[in-house]
Design a protein around this ligand. Structure first.
Ligand SMILES: Cc1cc2nc3c(=O)[nH]c(=O)nc-3n(C[C@H](O)[C@H](O)[C@H](O)COP(=O)(O)O)c2cc1C
Length: 400
């Protein structure tokens, strides 16, 4: 999802991390949003409004009396009010219903608009029970929060309270706009490729990058689910996985099988996006196989492969009423026909089939067909895996 044509009212309050809102502003613009900015009096001590003016933006300083209806106009403009950074002072004022600054007054005039707070402060201030109680109170009134990070604050204290990564804030803004179709659901996703070892250092694998599975996990989180991701050899992509997703790292078929059966029991829906090896090695050498003594005529090394169990089929067999199993299949022709066959053989609820001859494996984009248990076939044109994943998530419906 992009933020194309979304109107974002960015409110900056007086934290030492105010300078990070410049980066945030640029990312919001890059994502296609229209942005208006209010800076509190305290914030102007840390950054100059002139920075945003030099980007061509109109900046509202904290004087509600300068232009009599600015709080009403700004409220009408906003699809979302993003307060980043949000100070201890402003958060507590909002919870008390105080409206004595342009920011708090605009929020007061916007009860039906979503408000996203990005608290940033000293760890002791963030741990203060007054703040915690007030954040809980605000959660009942259309306020959302992007949790701060744990680390060293500017003052040197260690703990929770640091301004989060910009990616997390953008993710939070996008999440606010998403329909919460998976609210309260437990979602399990597998992503990446298994590695089958035939000695301690050598393995057989495939080119799956894990991007589709990661995109599904992120999209499910935005849709309100609690998400766990069984991650197979995707350490290089860990930064793309939202930090609210619980990651279970496994390497090979056996590890995946163990976690899959363990976690599936606790899940409402499984997305099996990992590329699981159909074969493993019959024997695994406990030591690195040396060239001398093992190489046969013509420079060959003989290893024997054994077919692995079909995990998707096996997990579907233990599926309980109300659970959903969503499979992914890579085909090189007759995608719909093969997809239908797999869906029925493996008792799946949904299958997404793609034609891997179209340079999809490992790439940023995907296309294919979603086939449902009821026999419906829906074509999805080529697009970024992130946006495709959001569309696939929207297609899920739980049995009544
Ligand atoms: C050097 C300095 C750094 C500050 N950093 C923070 C901060 O990171 N978070 C916070 O909540 N308050 C911080 N404050 C306190 C706020 O600036 C102060 O409470 C102010 O009244 C906030 O007003 P506002 O919420 O209208 O912007 C800091 C104050 C000073 C002097």
């Amino acid at each position: 999802m992009s933020l194309h044509n979304k109107n974002i009212l960015l409110c900056i309050t007086g934290s030492i991390s105010c300078y990070k809102s410049i980066d945030l502003y640029r990312r919001l613009k890059k994502a296609g949003a229209k942005v208006k900015i209010i800076v509190s009096d305290a914030a102007t001590k840390f950054i100059s409004p002139y920075i945003f003016e030099s980007f061509g933006e109109e900046v509202f300083e904290d004087d509600a009396f300068k232009s009599p209806l600015s709080h009403i106009d700004l409220s009408k403009f906003a699809d979302i009010i993003l307060i980043a950074p949000a100070t201890y002072n402003t958060i507590n004022k909002l919870a008390a219903g105080i409206a004595d600054t342009l920011i708090t007054l605009t929020v007061a005039a916007s009860p039906d608009k979503p408000k996203l707070l990005v608290p940033a402060m000293n760890p002791n201030m963030y741990a203060n029970k007054i703040l915690k109680d007030n954040l809980n109170k605000l959660a009942k009134h259309n306020f959302y929060v992007v949790s701060p990070e744990t680390g060293n604050a500017a003052c040197g204290d260690f703990g929770e309270g640091k301004f989060p990564e910009i990616d997390d804030i953008i993710f939070g803004v996008e999440s606010v706009f998403k329909k919460k179709t998976l609210n309260g659901r437990k979602v399990l996703v597998t992503a990446g490729a298994t590695r089958e070892y035939f000695d301690p250092v050598r393995f057989m694998s495939n080119g799956s990058s894990g991007k589709m599975g990661i995109s599904i996990a992120n999209a499910a989180l935005k849709a309100g689910a609690e998400v766990k991701l069984i991650a197979l050899n995707i350490d290089d992509r860990i930064q793309y996985i939202n930090r609210r997703i619980k990651i279970i790292s496994r390497t090979d078929f056996n590890g995946l099988k163990e976690s899959l059966f363990d976690e599936f029991k606790k899940s409402d829906i499984l997305f099996m996006a990992a590329a699981v090896s159909d074969y493993g090695f019959k024997e695994k050498s406990p030591v690195k196989i040396k060239k001398s003594g093992n190489t046969g005529a013509g420079g060959t090394l003989k290893v024997e492969l054994m077919q692995n169990e079909d995990l998707l089929k096996a997990v579907s067999k233990i599926k309980k009423d109300g659970q959903i199993v969503f499979g992914f299949a890579a085909e090189t022709g007759s995608a719909i026909e093969n997809g239908r066959k797999k869906l029925s053989e493996k008792s799946l609820d949904y299958i997404f089939v793609n034609d891997v001859s179209k340079d999809i494996i490992g790439g940023d984009e995907n296309e294919g067909f979603l086939i449902t248990k009821a026999g419906e076939v829906n074509r999805f044109e080529r697009e970024k895996k992130e946006s495709l994943a959001e569309k696939l998530i929207e297609e899920i419906s739980f049995p009544a």
